[in-house]
Design a protein around this ligand. Structure first.
Ligand code: NAI
Length: 325
């Protein structure tokens, strides 16, 4: 039996985690042969609900779960953690501007970054989910300089999966036949879902759908899908977000499918002209527990223009949190 991996999940009493934790515990993230210790972090007022989630996890009698720890102390939650799923954040309240949300949630990620820097495994793999996810990851990275910076990522896999569904639906194709979808940029409405390099059954997807649809409908539909779910459900995407977190971390740890790639927001190394250090979504191939940004794609001028807009938004977000960096 392998040594258990310590997985820390923040916001563990929230909506997403109620769909996420049970699937981690059943082996859907790290494999059916990988035991886990689940460290659940919550704010003090939510501890009771978090205890209830832990009771239910225990009541599933998952053979892979070696321990469930509930705490409101980040130093306990992240001690020796090898995986950090950063879901906990405040939702946007009535009348709140995006910049207010950035400032509020940014504080959470600067203080968690400092703790992670002190107590976590130096190679901890982090996936930031709480919004604004890319900028929160940027703040966390700046506050955790001793942590392997490559491993501080944000979630754009939900956007990637949404894009695959929209394309499959439009072209009348099977989901499994769609490969090499790309999301560039920020997890926000400026994100750039791009089918230029996508394949359907090995053929170029762009030849199978109308070019006007790809530019004028596909991109905004994917970018605004989160808002569409909120409008329909009265609450934000939870089960699909949880599913995307599992996909993100499973592929990173165990490898992405051969002949395909996935989208992850990772620290830019300057690829595609994006400023180094920004947490920017790229197409990546995962192998041997690591990821590589797919290089040398011939990006069209139309997509490049949108990529720059998303990069500009990330720089503006960074400027609004300069006091936390
Ligand atoms: P929720 O409001 O149901 O749960 C959030 C939980 O975080 C609450 O239980 C709260 O007590 C906890 N929390 C707040 N501050 C915390 C802190 N400092 N430490 C630990 N826990 C803390 O929200 P839900 O639906 O689970 O969503 C969580 C976040 O994920 C939101 O920011 C949401 O916008 C974001 N999200 C991101 C997506 C993405 O694709 N990147 C997709 C969907 C949601």
């Amino acid at each position: 039996m392998k040594e258990p991996v310590r997985v820390t999940v923040t916001g563990a009493a929230g909506q997403i985690c109620y769909s996420l934790l049970f699937r981690i515990a059943s082996g859907e993230m790290l494999g059916k042969d990988q035991p886990v210790i689940l460290n659940l972090l919550e704010i003090t007022p939510a501890l009771k609900v978090c205890e209830a989630v832990a009771m239910e996890l225990n009541d599933c009698a998952f053979p892979l779960v070696k321990d469930v720890v509930v705490t409101d102390d980040p130093a306990v939650a992240f001690k020796d953690a090898k995986i950090g799923l950063m879901v906990g954040a405040k939702p946007r309240g009535p009348g709140m501007e995006r910049k207010d949300l950035i400032a509020d949630n940014g504080k959470i990620f600067s203080s968690l970054g400092k703790v992670i820097d002190q107590v976590a495994d130096k190679d901890i793999r982090i996936c930031v989910v709480g919004n604004p996810a890319n900028t929160n990851a940027f703040i966390l990275a700046a506050n955790a300089p001793s942590i392997n910076q490559r491993n501080i990522t944000a979630l754009t896999r939900l956007d990637h999966n949404r894009a695959i569904y929209q394309l499959a639906e439009k072209s009348g194709s099977d989901i499994a036949s769609v490969k090499k979808m790309t999301i560039w940029g920020n997890h926000s409405v400026t994100q750039v879902p791009d089918i230029s390099f996508t394949e359907i059954n090995g053929a170029n997807a762009a030849d199978k759908v109308d070019a006007t649809w790809a530019k004028e409908e596909f991109i905004p539909t994917v970018a605004k899908r989160g808002a569409a779910v909120i409008a329909a459900r009265g609450a934000s995407s939870a089960a699909s977000a949880a599913n995307a977190i599992l996909d993100h971390m499973r592929d990173w740890c165990l490898g992405s499918e051969s002949g395909d790639w996935v989208s992850m927001a990772v620290p830019s190394d300057g690829s595609y002209g994006v400023e180094k250090g920004l947490i920017y979504s790229y197409p990546v191939v995962c192998k041997d527990g690591d990821y590589e940004i797919v290089q040398d794609l011939a990006v069209s001028d139309f997509i490049k223009g949108k990529m720059v807009e998303s990069e500009t938004e990330l720089k503006e977000e960074r400027d609004t949190v300069s006091d936390l960096l």
